[in-house]
Design a protein around this ligand. Structure first.
Ligand code: SF4
Length: 361
């Protein structure tokens, strides 16, 4: 934002006082995105909000919402000869039903951490005798880069590169959430980076169909405070609209180029979410033209008996039903060093954030 410290303090005081004045009853605001969850903790936002304004995390951590069946499939692939699993670091420690990719790597599997799917294409080019499977996990923010990697593989004639897709779309998950009788949300703080790709239109239904005020917000402390202020203002005046606090990054029509790349390679499909089960039209799979890059299609594998970790309440955390300290494992048998569930692994996971930063509400 390029503001001086004094200006930031003044603006923060203005928004905080405004929230206090406008929030004349209990307000439950859900930050949908894991990046917001971490930013809220890091900046101590909870501590400056009045007691009646509650921030609760939603299903916005991509690693957390990826169910165990997917992890078990990745583990099964990692046990195959001449197979390389290329993945973002977070996925390595997530417990599947009976193993993790990190444990498989320690046992000799070829599991490599990458920072971009293009690195996985390069690994495939460098190892023509091996099959390289990239774990394509993430929301609308990361799906374009996976699509671009597929196009790069086509351009380079790479035939030993595959995706194990678990890309997910945020708006259908919010529909599923709002359709649950248990859900109580007075307003949504929406993920700025997702909207930078999608534009604002896919989120208009929150106010239009469900009457829930929503604000697209950035990730600095002031962005978040202003987002909460904009929500409190709507709620106070009985309005329900979609507002864009993050205009400096989120144009109304998002990023059409990134969407075109995504649409070229993927098709919308049903997808399984931890804590929700199957949500219609909430995932992205490789379309017919690129199906030969789909690991499940090209390299069939059978995985049975997948189960969630016993006693892990990650699903309820992701639905905003409970906060992490309400899970009996939290901080006892489940810590970032020995995670029981995915929400304690990912840096964007709600349990990991509560564990690291502690004193939230
Ligand atoms: Fe699951 Fe651990 Fe979070 Fe409990 S604290 S919900 S076991 S990840």
């Amino acid at each position: 934002m390029n503001l001086k410290t004094e200006e930031i303090q003044k603006a923060a005081a203005y928004f905080t006082a405004g929230i206090e004045r406008l929030a004349d009853g209990p307000l439950r605001i859900m930050e949908v995105c894991g990046t917001h969850t971490v930013a809220i903790f890091r900046a101590g936002i909870r501590q400056v909000l009045p007691d009646n304004v509650e921030l609760v995390s939603g299903p916005g951590c991509p690693v957390c919402v990826t169910p165990n069946e997917y992890l078990d499939t990745a583990v099964a692939y990692s046990r195959r000869p001449d197979t390389v699993i290329a993945t973002f670091g977070d996925m390595m420690k997530v417990p599947g039903t009976s193993s993790t990719l990190l444990a498989e790597k320690a046992g000799g599997a070829d599991v490599r951490m990458v920072y971009s799917p293009l690195e996985a294409v390069q690994i495939a080019q460098d190892n023509p005798g091996k099959r390289v499977i990239f774990l394509a996990v993430g929301f609308e923010t990361t799906a374009p880069t996976a699509a671009a990697a597929v196009l790069a593989a086509v351009a380079a004639g790479v035939k030993n590169f595959f995706l194990l897709t678990a890309h997910k779309l945020v708006p259908p998950a919010l529909t599923a959430l709002l359709c649950l009788p248990e859900t109580k949300v007075d307003g949504f703080l929406l993920p700025g980076h997702v909207c930078a790709i999608t534009g604002i239109k896919p989120f208009e239904f929150l106010a239009a169909e469900f009457g829930v005020p929503s604000v697209i917000a950035g990730f600095e402390a002031l962005d978040i405070l202003q987002g909460v202020y904009m929500l409190a203002k709507q709620i106070h005046t009985g309005q329900a609209q979609l507002k864009n606090q993050y205009r400096r990054i989120v144009p109304a029509d998002g990023n059409p180029v990134a969407r075109r790349v995504m649409e070229q390679v993927f098709t919308v499909s049903h997808a399984s979410w931890r804590g929700f089960g199957k949500i219609p039209d909430s995932g992205l799979n490789l379309n017919e033209r690129f199906r030969h890059f789909d690991a499940l299609h090209a390299l069939p594998v059978e995985v049975t008996g997948s189960q969630e970790s016993a006693g892990c309440r990650c699903g309820e955390v992701l639905r905003g039903k409970i906060k992490p300290p309400e899970c009996p494992h939290f901080g006892r048998s489940c810590t970032p060093e020995n995670p029981v569930g995915s929400c304690m692994v990912s840096v964007e996971g709600s349990c990991a954030a509560w564990f690291k930063y502690g004193a939230g509400r």
